[in-house]
Write a protein that binds this ligand. Structure first.
Ligand code: AMP
Length: 311
């Protein structure tokens, strides 16, 4: 559906995304879109492009500027962008925020229309898990039980399972993920290698609000004083990165000093990992590393991370 919009004398063409709820319909729309692009190219005598690329941005909705940065990257990577919006029950544990996770589909679709996204895949749980559960699951292994996985048992098995399903449903050439979820990126990359997926992934740096807090759908739940307190996380990481030249121990001390001074922030973990293994760095580690942090602010669980260069 195409709606010409008159803004300040210019005419912008806004394309409302098609919101698709079933696997069959999405697949047939994508095949149609690929052949339409190919025949348009043939009409122009342009046969240099190869098969039009499909780029997937998997999300749980409640979209913010961080998600939209992923969408813009996706548009630069291929002709057909699909944004999936699915709050995946499999990656929430008992007592977690599945029921209260923000769901804002209309606003999300409006934001994606403004970005020129043609397809939104928004299935129900019934579509994704017709038997009510997934008896076959991807297991995330040892790294999947550390850090976020220690706090949220089964989270990464659920996440990898839905990512594998989405990749099989959409068949993307590229999928775009955010560096904010560093452990997720590591585990998805490993799954793609271990299970020989053809999809490659593209990672977008963390998008932050003024003051440093990493954008997150969960930030909506923060009261103003909690939001101010939550800035200690990104501030601690930035302090750590600035002293990383003195080693991981000093970087950890500096980050702790900042975060532990904030009474509203209940630290879960603060750790420096080797990006090749995602295990805590050993004493002799030097070169690229990543500091990870997770904390509760009120009832809201927040995560963040930063790259370090260790001497
Ligand atoms: P979510 O909807 O929270 O599952 O996130 C969907 C994707 O957006 C994931 O790949 C996240 O890592 C990414 N993302 C979420 N917040 C940010 C952010 N502040 N900066 C960059 N990427 C983000």
């Amino acid at each position: 559906m195409t709606q010409p919009q008159h803004t300040g004398g210019r005419v912008n063409v806004l394309t409302k995304p098609e919101v698709i709820g079933t696997i069959e319909e999405l697949r047939s729309r994508l095949i149609d879109a690929q052949s339409r692009i190919e025949s348009e190219r043939a009409g122009r005598g342009d046969d240099a492009g190869g098969t039009p690329r499909i780029v997937l941005v998997p999300t749980m909705g409640a979209l913010h500027a961080g998600h939209l940065t992923l969408v813009r990257r996706a548009r630069s990577l291929g002709e057909i962008v699909v944004v999936s919006i699915f709050v995946n029950p499999l990656q929430f544990g008992a007592g977690e925020d599945l029921g209260t996770y923000p769901r804002t589909l209309d606003a999300d679709v409006a934001a994606l229309a403004a970005e020129g996204v043609p397809f939104v895949f928004a299935p129900t749980s019934q579509v994704m898990y017709p038997d009510g559960d997934a008896s076959t699951r991807v297991t995330a292994g040892t790294v999947g039980s550390l850090f976020e996985g220690a706090a949220r048992p089964g989270h990464f098995d659920g996440m990898l399972t839905v990512v594998a399903k989405l990749f099989n449903i959409v068949g993307p050439d590229v999928a775009v993920f955010g560096q904010k979820d560093a452990q997720q990126v590591f585990l998805v990359e490993r799954m793609l290698a271990d299970l020989d997926f053809r999809t490659r992934i593209e990672v977008v740096p963390i998008v932050r609000e003024d003051g440093g807090l990493a954008l997150s759908s969960r930030n909506r739940a923060l009261e103003p004083d909690q939001r101010a307190a939550a800035r200690a996380l990104s501030a601690g990481l930035a302090d750590a990165a600035s002293v990383a030249g003195q080693g991981a121990e000093v970087a950890l001390q500096v980050a702790h000093a900042r975060i532990d001074a904030e009474p509203l922030v209940k630290l879960d973990y603060l750790v420096v990992v080797d990006p090749r293994t995602f295990l805590p760095v050993r004493a002799l580690h030097h070169g690229p590393a990543r500091m990870l942090v997770a904390a509760l602010v009120g009832h809201t669980r927040l995560i963040d991370n930063v790259a370090l260069e260790l001497p």
